[in-house]
Design a protein around this ligand. Structure first.
Ligand code: SF4
Ligand code: SF4
Length: 102
């Protein structure tokens, strides 16, 4: 029986089901695949030093930093990989990386 067009396969697909070029056609599927569980460090914000410039937001390669209602920033740790780029780029030193186990 033919599958309905709206039916989506669960990820991961079998190797012979992967689309040419590894194209993923299920829009928004990243929300179902949390990528932050393997990090060894997490960013911690000190809002007393933050000048709300948004540099951390711009540089995060995972786009997991969000602005809060009061204009500061925080990471969605479900998607943070702990790369430390935000802390490196924050020139006022408002972000420090802490060991996950601390
Ligand atoms: S880069 Fe640093 S100072 Fe700028 S918004 Fe982010 S935490 Fe605040
Ligand atoms: S540690 Fe890396 S992935 Fe996590 S919030 Fe900072 S820049 Fe983004």
């Amino acid at each position: 029986m033919a599958k309905k067009k709206t039916e989506q396969k669960a990820w991961p697909e079998k190797w012979h089901e992967v689309n040419p070029g590894c194209m993923v056609f299920a829009a928004g599927n990243a929300a179902n695949t949390k990528t932050g569980s393997w990090k060894s460090q997490r960013p911690v914000w000190d809002n007393a030093k933050c000048i709300k410039c948004g540099i951390c937001y711009i540089f995060c390669p995972e786009a997991c930093i969000q602005d809060t209602q009061d204009g500061f920033y925080e990471a969605n740790l479900d998607y943070c990989k702990g790369c430390g780029i935000c802390a490196h780029e924050c020139w006022p030193g408002a972000i420090v990386m802490r060991e996950e186990e601390e």
